[in-house]
Design a binder for this molecule. Structure first.
Ligand SMILES: Cc1ncc(C[n+]2csc(CCOP(=O)(O)OP(=O)(O)O)c2C)c(N)n1
Length: 319
C-alpha cells in the first residue's frame, strides 16, 4: 500500500495547496466566483475517487474542488475557470460552483443543493440500460438529505437496483445550522439500510481507510448489482462560502475545529508516509513540485483572455 498511500497524499496535498492558493488570491478580487472551500474533506475526495474505476462517472456539489482535483490532477483549466477566462473548463462561464470535466468523467456539479442526485440516478439508469458496467458516484452533504428529491432518488435507485454509489459527506453543518436542528431521526444509516441499499459507514479521516471502504462498496456492487451508500464524516474548517474562519459568529465552537485538526487528513497521511520510511526531504520535493504547478496555473490564468461576451449563449441550454 506504500505507493497507493503516496498517491493519496499527492492528491490531498494538491487539493489543500490549491485551496490555500485560492485563500491567498481571493482578497485581490480578481476571482469573482463565490468559492466553497472544503478544507478538512480531502480524505473523502481522494479516497473515494482513487477507488473508482477508470470509466466510472461522478457528480458532486458546489463544494467540488477536491473531487475535481482528485479526478483530474489538473490545475490550469481549473484556475482559468475561477478567474473567468476563456481557457477555463467552461470558458469562464461556470465558475467554481459548476466545475465539471465530462472528458474525465466528472459529469456535473451544481450550486442547487441535492440537484445532482437525481441526475446521477439518471446516469446510472443509462448505464444499466447499456449494461456497460459503469458505476456512478454522487457526492452530497447532510443538508442535501433534507431535500425530498434525495429520498425520491434513493427510492428509485433501490427499486430499479441501479449501479450508483451515494457518497454522503456529513460535515454537521448546512451553512450555519447544525444537523441536530434539522434531522428528525437518529440514524440516517439506519434508515437507508432499510432500503435495498447496503451502507458502508466510517467517521475516519484516513484516506487509505476511505479508499478501502469504497473498494469494498464497489466490490459488493459488482457482485450484487445494488446501489450502495457510503456514509462519511469530516469537519469543514472554513466558513460556508468564502475563505475565512467563522468562529467569531458563535454558531460553531473553535474547540470542535481543534478536535478535528488533530486528525487532519493531510497531516495524518504525511505522518503515515514518514512511518513507511519516506524521507522528509523527498516529501518536501514532491510538495514543491505541486506548489510550482499551482503557481504556474495561476500565472497563466491571470494572463488569459476573459470570457467572451459573444459566447454568452453558446454551450448552454436556453430557449
Ligand atoms: C435547493 C436549494 N436550497 C437552498 C439552497 C441554499 N443553500 C446553499 S448551501 C446550503 C447548505 C447545504 O449544506 P450541505 O448539503 O450539508 O453541504 P455543505 O455546504 O455542508 O457542503 C443551502 C441550504 C440552495 N443552494 N439550493
Amino acid at each position: 500500500m506504500k505507493d497507493a498511500n503516496l498517491e493519496l497524499y499527492k492528491k490531498m496535498y494538491l487539493i489543500r495547496a490549491t485551496e490555500e492558493k485560492i485563500r491567498q488570491c481571493y482578497p485581490d478580487n480578481e476571482i469573482k466566483t463565490p468559492v466553497h472551500l472544503a478544507m478538512g474533506e480531502e480524505a473523502i475526495a481522494a479516497g473515494v475517487c482513487y477507488a473508482l474505476g477508470p470509466t466510472d462517472q461522478v457528480f458532486a456539489t458546489y463544494r467540488n474542488h477536491g473531487v475535481y482535483l482528485a479526478m483530474t490532477n489538473e490545475t490550469d483549466r481549473f484556475f482559468a475557470e475561477l478567474y473567468g477566462k476563456q481557457t477555463g473548463l467552461s470558458k469562464g462561464k461556470a465558475g467554481s460552483m459548476h466545475i465539471m470535466s465530462p472528458d474525465e468523467n466528472l459529469l456535473g456539479t451544481s450550486a442547487i443543493v441535492a440537484s445532482m442526485i437525481p441526475v446521477a440516478v439518471g446516469a446510472a439508469l443509462t448505464n444499466q440500460y447499456k449494461n456497460n458496467k459503469r458505476s456512478v458516484a454522487v457526492f452530497f452533504g447532510d443538508g442535501a438529505v433534507d431535500e425530498g428529491v434525495f429520498w425520491e432518488s434513493l427510492n428509485f435507485a433501490c427499486l430499479r437496483q441501479l449501479p450508483i454509489i451515494f457518497v454522503y459527506e456529513n460535515n454537521q453543518y448546512a451553512i450555519n445550522s447544525h444537523v441536530s436542528t434539522r434531522h428528525g431521526y437518529r440514524s440516517l444509516a439506519g434508515i437507508v439500510s432499510r432500503f435495498d441499499c447496503p451502507v458502508f459507514q466510517s467517521d475516519t479521516t484516513d484516506a487509505e481507510a476511505i479508499y478501502h471502504l469504497t473498494k469494498n462498496a464497489l466490490r459488493l456492487q459488482a457482485r450484487s448489482a445494488k446501489p450502495v451508500f457510503i456514509h462519511l464524516q469530516y469537519y469543514r474548517y472554513l466558513e460556508h462560502v468564502g475563505v475565512n474562519y467563522d468562529f467569531e459568529f458563535g454558531h460553531r465552537d473553535k474547540k470542535e475545529y481543534q478536535k478535528w485538526w488533530k486528525i487532519d487528513p493531510v497531516g495524518l497521511q504525511r505522518k503515515k508516509l514518514l512511518r513507511f520510511g519516506l524521507k522528509d526531504k523527498e516529501l518536501i520535493k514532491i510538495e514543491a513540485g505541486i506548489l510550482n504547478r499551482i503557481e504556474a496555473s495561476v500565472r497563466s490564468a491571470k494572463q488569459a483572455p476573459p470570457a467572451n461576451p459573444n459566447e454568452l449563449r453558446s454551450d448552454v441550454y436556453y430557449e
